[in-house]
Ligand binder design. Structure first.
Ligand code: TTP
Ligand code: MG
Length: 337
């Protein structure tokens, strides 16, 4: 989720007379003084005004635009309301910036359209402003999708075919982690789109960009991204983890261990009189690479069966092929009495 023209939208909300006018937020709000544009309303963008442009340039492009100073305090207050709404939809939220967040809605038993409608409705009711939402199998795709139909957009990218049809035609620059320098080098290699990038053999990319970044580009251009949501520390969670004496490669050993951890966790939360809504599985491989997979349930539970089953569903989202596991953990959050 990414808010539309966020600072400008907040200003237009508290000063309705500004609506529909070109509005530019930046610096002290005086375009004759030094300072850059923080953001411009969509009306102002029609004149070519954009973030990071000097205020003076913006003023030249559109002298009749309304220039306002940045009021972080107010934008942070509105941002807090929005993040609270998102957490109410699913507690697995990564807070990315003042107007942006990732939400893990796996297991919410609702369609992207239903979830999106609910989020947009609640945010509009509480703040009067609109946002754009992108759905995807991972953060990389969701982020790109959120930007594809602004403002008040909803873009759902779920299948391989969607990635080929809708992500591949985009300029390579739209890929997270591709900045202007990489873009220029890619152009020199005749690579313009994400699809062009995806068609390059890995060897070519690693020769040009090194193994690590080459690997990233290779995977990202195919829509592959395993990075977990970085959620905030939650004081109320119950977890258990265990490190194997010898790294485990056997699925049965892994499954038995997860079941054992789920049993301990469920016993613990029951004893404390809690029920939880989100189950997170943590897997650390023998190379110390660690990932988490979380699922949020429709209702709170303290049932061993449910926690175990949900942890197993998380396990299904982990690629174990050819890997050995060093550590496993099960955590339950979203606790309520
Ligand atoms: P963005 O989400 O990048 O921009 P936006 O919300 O204004 O517009 P869009 O509809 O395209 O998402 O950034 C969020 C806020 O962060 C933005 O309102 C102002 C601030 N910001 C800056 O202060 N400087 C910058 O260079 C950028 C890009 C944003
Ligand atoms: Mg935004």
């Amino acid at each position: 989720m990414d808010m539309d023209a966020f600072f400008a939208a907040v200003e237009e909300q508290r000063r309705p007379e500004l609506r529909g006018l070109p509005v530019v937020i930046g610096g002290s709000g005086d375009p004759t003084k030094r300072g850059v544009v923080s953001t411009a309303s969509y009306e102002a963008r029609k004149y070519g005004i954009h973030s990071a442009m000097p205020l003076k340039t913006a003023h030249k492009l559109c002298p009749r635009a309304v220039f306002l100073p940045v009021d972080y305090e107010e934008y942070s207050r509105v941002s807090g309301i929005i993040k609270g709404i998102l957490r109410g939809i699913s507690p697995v939220m990564e807070d990315v910036g003042i107007d942006e967040a990732f939400l893990d809605v796996t297991g919410l038993n609702a369609t992207p359209e239903e979830i999106s409608t609910e989020i947009k409705k609640r945010i509009l009711e509480a703040t009067g402003i609109t946002c754009s939402i992108g759905f995807g199998p991972n953060k990389l795709i969701a982020k790109i999708a959120s930007d594809m139909q602004k403002p008040d957009g909803l873009t759902v990218i779920t299948t391989e075919q969607d990635i080929e049809d809708r992500i591949w035609p985009l300029p390579a620059r739209k890929l997270w982690g591709v900045g202007p320098k990489t873009e220029a080098r890619l152009k020199g290699m005749g690579i313009d789109t994400i699809g062009d990038l995806a068609s390059l053999p890995y060897d070519r990319l690693s020769a040009e960009f090194g193994e690590s970044y080459g690997h990233f580009l290779h995977e990202a251009s195919r829509g592959v991204d395993d990075s977990p949501l970085v959620t905030q520390w939650e004081p109320r969670s119950v977890s258990r983890e265990t490190t194997f004496e010898v790294d485990a490669g056997n699925w049965q050993t892994i499954a038995r261990t997860i079941a054992g951890l789920a049993k301990e966790v469920s016993g613990d939360i029951r004893q404390r009189g809690y029920k939880g809504r989100t189950v997170t599985l943590k897997v650390r491989f023998s190379d110390f690479k660690t990932l988490t997979r979380a699922m949020t349930l429709g209702e709170h539970t303290d049932s061993y069966e449910t926690i175990r089953r949900t942890a197993f569903q998380c396990l299904q989202k982990v690629d174990l092929a050819g890997k050995r596991v060093r550590l496993l953990g099960v955590r339950v959050t979203g606790l309520a009495h």
